[in-house]
Design a protein around this ligand. Structure first.
Ligand code: NAD
Ligand code: MG
Length: 387
């Protein structure tokens, strides 16, 4: 095993994935080192992380909040940088080996792009960037020769299960979904869902945006698109099955009928560790099974009428082009509006469908075109909310 530590930039370090990543790094026996951390808000927590992990760079992405903050407690050895450009700068620094991309939403795109351009390994939690620009990002990773490793638990499972055969031997990818907190609610009950209810996920502790995405099942829709680009498998060969225990993290079905899965208790520290330590495995901090206890695994098909987000994800995975960017931006804006009490829970997906239907489709868009559509789709959601 290598003696020099891998230097990791943890972008979005105050989030659910970021905090788990810092735990994984701290428990790695010196194999991993925190070289940079970043946050948009909660700057007290960022300073505490800096004290504990002693990174070379500390990035406060919101420049205005950073100007108003008293940084006197920040360790003197840390270099403070502010504003979103700092993410791009640090992602390209030669002293960074791996970027753990754990910023939420399209705000994570530029730094992931910069890291791949400078041939860094990217451990990608931020699925939104792949939904938005998956074709361009995976193409960039290929041409620059950099590694793009999944952190999303389903995609980590698929990445591991894909090592059991050749790509030409894969029949299909089966993404598992917990089904979220509302899988058995009637349409009338879904209408009444409150923000607090939608924020209470049965099996995972996550940031607010992905928790709402799990409740609408838009998270699974985004994951279909994420898998389509990460593994270069057509959308038609990616399906979803409800698995309430979140133990089988996804499956690959091979042409001979064999199904290979990766299983572990629901704990994001394991896929984070796998991506950071790749290609090695090491003892870590993730929870383990107690095989003396009974373990039950259930699978059932999703109710596609109750969760129309799935069809949207499938359509975007099939069509490619500009659809992912529009769906992602519309969903980010709609989830924001729901969290602010401006949109009903059951309006999130119809709002996304309406914006997707209104956009001008392009099969081979540039990054610039995708960024423009991202802004356009957010404005369309604001119009929908005000209407
Ligand atoms: P979170 O809301 O808990 O944390 C988000 C982090 O991003 C915070 O550090 C925040 O300060 C930072 N951030 C927010 N807006 C920003 C902006 N405009 N510019 C720069 N930084 C900004 O989110 P999370 O649950 O940790 O999720 C992070 C990403 O990982 C998401 O893309 C999510 O889909 C993905 N993911 C999360 C989980 C999970 O278990 N939480 C699982 C799979 C994938
Ligand atoms: Mg996931």
């Amino acid at each position: 095993m290598a003696t020099t530590p891998k230097r990791v930039a943890v972008f979005g370090s105050t989030g659910s994935i970021g905090r788990n990543a810092l735990e994984v790094i701290a428990a790695s026996n010196g194999r991993l080192q925190t070289a940079a951390i970043s946050a948009h808000s909660r700057l007290d927590e960022l300073v505490e992380q800096a004290k504990q992990h002693q990174p070379r760079w500390v990035i406060a992405c919101d420049a205005r909040a950073a100007r108003q903050y008293d940084w006197s407690d920040l360790p003197k050895a840390c270099e403070l940088l502010t504003g979103p450009d700092a993410l791009v700068q640090v992602a390209g620094e030669p002293e960074i080996d791996v970027l753990l991309a754990a910023i939420v939403g399209a705000a994570g795109l530029d730094s992931t792009w910069a890291a791949l351009e400078s041939k860094k390994t990217v451990a990608l939690a931020n699925k939104e960037t792949l939904v938005m620009a998956g074709e361009l990002i995976t193409e960039l990773a290929r041409t620059s020769g950099s590694q793009l490793l999944p952190v999303d638990s389903e995609h980590s499972a698929l990445f591991q299960a894909l090592q059991a055969g050749q790509r030409s031997e894969v029949a299909k990818l089966i993404l598992t979904a917990s089904g979220g907190p509302f899988k058995h609610l009637s349409p009338a009950e879904l209408q009444q869902v409150t923000v607090a209810e939608a924020l209470a996920h049965p099996t995972w502790q996550m940031g607010p945006k992905i928790t709402i995405d799990s409740a609408t099942m838009m998270n699974k829709a985004l994951e279909i698109i994420e898998a389509r680009w990460l593994f270069g498998i057509e959308g038609e060969r990616i399906s979803v099955v409800i698995h309430p225990q979140s133990i089988v993290h996804s499956m690959v079905e091979y042409v001979d009928g064999s199904v290979v899965s990766q299983m572990s208790p629901p704990d994001m520290r394991l896929p984070i560790q796998y991506a950071l330590e790749y290609p090695h495995r090491a003892p870590g901090v993730a929870r383990r099974f107690d095989w003396r206890q009974p373990l039950k695994l259930d699978f059932e098909p999703p109710d596609r009428e109750r969760f129309p987000a799935l069809a949207l994800g499938e359509e975007c995975a099939r069509s490619g082009g500009t659809t992912g960017a529009v769906l992602n931006a519309a969903n980010e804006a709609a989830v924001g509006a729901f969290l602010d009490g401006e949109l009903h829970f059951t309006e999130i997906v119809p709002a996304c469908r309406s914006v997707l239907g209104a956009h001008h489709f392009e099969p081979n868009p540039t990054l610039d075109a995708l960024l423009k559509l991202d802004s356009w789709a957010r404005q369309e959601i604001s119009r929908w909310v005000c209407a």
